[in-house]
Design a protein around this ligand. Structure first.
Ligand code: UDX
Length: 433
């Protein structure tokens, strides 16, 4: 199959490289000449474990190419995936579809022969209809079908998620489109991955409903964690106690500083907009968004309380800035709100993250970035763990104690046992325990 990805960002690049690894002939297109130049030179524009090796292997095998020339990429393709960004629109929080629609028009003009246009970008219900209309308007004679195939890739585990998915969702009622997509995903059909075929609208909504449900699960356990602190229970016991019920499931029940990232915050907001447009209010999701927003700054207040209630002139050492480990992504990271709350209260901040400094510098001011975990602690009045990178899971507490000015540890990811930290002579604050 000849597969073309429009947009060589996170989703387009990972999906394109994986499709090439399936044996397809793949072209990744992007408007950004700088990005394409980097890719041609073998430099990945994003941080994702295993991606550079996967790309190199398939480029060498002649199955993966990069170009800025969209018409050239589209002309010969059997399937053209739209994997461009759909950021939150400033002002109303709805998904900004201008990149999707611009891509649709360009694709329309370049089409030859039967082609399936597949929306991989996360797009509100009904976007497929509009993409179809735009392509038809751009090319009255085009022979094409528009399908929806949302991605469910977690940053840091994206390649594995692509190749060993919990499920593939394919939204199309068109027999020819389904035949092409079944071919594109043939290796996953062969290894019996669950593949769900449904209408285009159902597929579009599935993506938002899935992310909103996961955001709800996290937010639910976060509020239970707050209650645990008040009643003297351990949220990890409660999470395990409920999670073993197969109807609930034990995943996504880790209490923490609130969810962040490129998907949950944006997609929950976009779902609320769709709900408004169709007059079907989603009050649960509304509550989730509000509770999660409040929580991030509340975590700053939690740190301040652990430091005695007044942090004026004090210094806080932060370990972890990205919204989760194994990524350099700072989008909506809880670290932003926590650090700003500390700074607003008069503290200075030293921080270390294994991958996040470059992105963090764009959103956080007046932070002293350090070269390593222990360097961050020198002379600080408290240590705060904000992202659960593996590198922070086995700290040498003797060394930590000798470096900190006050023996205070706030573990917002619950990666340590209370007894262990307290025995080492620290005052320990965690989440929900
Ligand atoms: C998510 C979805 O998992 C993925 O299917 C979708 O396609 C894109 O959005 P991602 O944003 O990469 O992926 O990260 P994920 O691992 O899901 O974590 C999201 C946020 O939730 C992180 O801030 C994480 O720290 C937080 N989280 C997750 C918790 O606080 N507790 C949990 O139990 C799980």
């Amino acid at each position: 199959m000849r597969v073309t990805m429009i947009g060589s960002g996170y989703v387009g690049l990972v999906s394109g490289a994986c499709f090439a690894d399936f044996g397809h002939d793949v072209v990744c297109v992007d408007k950004d000449q700088g990005k394409i130049d980097k890719l041609l030179a073998g430099v990945m524009p994003i941080f994702e474990p295993g991606l550079d090796e996967l790309v190199a292997r398939n480029v060498e095998a002649g199955r993966l190419r990069f170009t800025t020339d969209l018409p050239e990429g589209v002309r010969e393709a059997d399937a053209v995936f739209i994997a461009v960004g759909t950021p939150s629109r400033r002002g109303d929080g709805h998904a900004d579809l201008s990149y999707v629609y611009a891509a649709a028009e360009e694709i329309g003009r370049a089409l030859t022969g039967f082609t399936v246009i597949v929306d991989k970008s996360t797009v509100p219900v009904g976007t497929g209809d509009e993409v179809e209309r735009i392509i038809r308007e751009a090319n009255l004679d085009a022979d094409f079908a528009v399908a929806s195939n949302p991605e469910f890739l977690r940053e840091g585990a994206a390649i594995d998620d692509f190749k060993r998915p919990d499920r593939i969702v394919i939204g199309s009622d068109d027999a020819r489109a389904l035949a092409v997509l079944r071919n594109v995903y043939r290796p996953l059909y062969l290894n019996k991955s669950p593949i769900v075929e449904m209408s285009r609208r159902a597929a579009e909504l599935t993506k938002y409903a899935g992310n909103a449900f996961l955001a709800t699960k996290i937010t639910f356990i976060n509020e239970i964690a707050d209650l645990c602190e008040k009643v003297g229970a351990n949220v990890q016991d409660v999470a395990r106690g409920i999670g073993l019920d197969g109807r609930i499931g034990d995943k996504f029940l880790h209490a923490g500083p609130g969810y962040g990232g490129s998907c949950f915050p944006k997609d929950t907001l976009a779902l609320l907009k769709t709900a408004q447009d169709y007059e079907a209010p989603q009050r649960i999701v509304e509550a989730v968004v509000a509770v999660n927003d409040n929580r991030k700054r509340a975590m700053g207040r939690k740190v301040i309380a652990a430091m005695g209630g007044d942090v004026r002139g004090k210094c806080v050492a932060i370990l972890g800035l990205t919204f989760k480990p194994n990524t350099d992504d700072m989008r909506d990271s809880p670290a932003i709100a926590v650090i700003q709350a500390l700074q607003d209260a008069g503290a200075t901040v030293r921080a270390y993250d294994p991958e996040g400094h470059e992105q963090a510098k764009k959103v956080l001011e007046n932070v002293h970035y350090c070269d390593g975990a222990y360097q961050t602690m020198e002379g600080a009045d408290a240590l705060v763990i904000l992202t659960e990178w593996n590198a922070f899971r086995a700290l040498d507490f003797k060394r930590v104690k000798s470096l900190l000015s006050a023996p205070v540890i706030v573990d917002l990811r619950n990666i340590y046992h209370r007894e262990q930290v307290e025995q080492a002579g620290f005052e320990y604050t965690a989440v929900g325990r």
